[in-house]
Design a protein around this ligand. Structure first.
Ligand code: HEM
Length: 126
């Protein structure tokens, strides 16, 4: 994990944040239907991968991984900006409830926003 994030992100806080995020996400009617057919183990894995992917945002591999792991959602459900906005709202809500310091929280949000074009497939990662 890059120093910028690992500096402030201890494991316990991250675990708590993941749980809160999971909870908030499944309650959000704008996007929770997307997770209906995803089994719980996969969803659990997604939570930790989610934050790892944010931490690794700068690497080209992450951008390509984001495109590949969401392109079926773009094709099948028309995953678009409104869904991405909803996910950002959920992340914000979870960050506010977590014990994360505000600087790291802002950093994570920026990292998430930077991945938008790759998740939605509007930019090609190479
Ligand atoms: C910065 C934004 C995002 C990050 C870092 C992220 C991260 C991830 C990761 C790591 C996975 C797991 C891929 C794998 O199985 O290897 C995943 C899957 C998934 N993501 Fe995202 N995601 C983001 C945005 C979104 C958005 C905006 C939505 C929908 C609102 C979404 C919905 C899903 C769903 C439903 C899956 C499971 C797909 C499946 O297993 O069929 N993600 N995401």
């Amino acid at each position: 994990m890059p120093e910028t994030i690992s500096r402030n992100l201890d494991e316990e806080v991250l675990l708590e944040l993941s749980k809160i995020f999971h909870e908030v996400l499944l309650k959000d009617q704008r996007i929770n239907f997307l997770f209906e057919n995803v089994d719980m183990a996969a969803l659990g894995r997604k939570q930790s991968w989610f934050f790892t992917s944010l931490a690794l945002n700068k690497s080209k591999g992450t951008q390509k991984y984001m495109r590949l792991s969401h392109e079926h959602l773009v094709e099948k459900y028309g995953l678009a900006d409104a869904h991405f906005d909803a996910l950002i709202n959920c992340l914000e809500a979870a960050l506010i409830r977590s014990a994360l310091d505000p600087d790291t929280a802002r950093h994570l949000l920026r990292q998430a926003e930077n991945l938008r074009p790759y998740v939605l497939g509007t930019a090609k990662a190479d």
